[in-house]
Design a protein around this ligand. Sequence first.
Ligand code: PEP
Length: 250
Amino acid sequence: MRNKIVVGNWKMNLGRSECHKLVDDILDSLSDNKTKIVFAPPFIYLDYVSGLCLNRENMTVAAQNCSSYDNGAYTGEISAKMLNSIEVRYVILGHSERRQYFNDTDEVLKEKVERAIDNNLTVIFCCGEEISQRESNQHFDVIKQQLDSTIFKLDINDFKNIIIAYEPIWAIGTGKTASSDQAQEMHSFIRSLVNKRYDKITGTNTSILYGGSCKPVNAKDLFSKPDIDGGLIGGASLTSDDFVSIINSF
Ligand code: PEP
């Protein structure tokens, strides 16, 4: 069966002591909870935050990106192999900010996904449409194309290491959330694509997260939908009260 997962994407925020305080505050106020919790701090704090999660079976860290190359003269890049070497088990790929500002095209993402899978990482793969695409009723085609050209190139065995995050671009950091019905409609569509590309068991076992202005006030409604298995949380993951409240919405 698929897992309930809440991922906190800290983006390029927080210093080391703030990371420590945030994790401590979350640990202090989190009641006994079986939800899988994944913190995605900036690269340089991965090892440190990972240490703070030790002995917490349901908590771990994710990188926010990895290189499309294995190794070599690529100044500033971090490879999937390096992440594996410090026991990072998850990586977020395809986030709309990476697509928009850092030229992460579908072709590049296909390479990054392969490097990640080759190095035993679970990929949290983001997809999402722009508002103009939704308004012109192209949103289902856009999502299908994003998946077809990247993670659906994997064979069924490798696909077991994929978590999908549906993140409508118009909802990220804007305060506009997709309604739970809009999100459910897209999640159900994505699951049907997985069923068709692989098989029904794979579709049933794939976790599909929602991201885009998910907050304590709307998390319960979103998470109550049958095809929404958790959230990829940006802004609200930087405040312990909000993040814990989202986790407790299950
Ligand atoms: C995100 O960046 O993945 C995200 C969902 O951000 P926010 O929750 O701030 O909309």
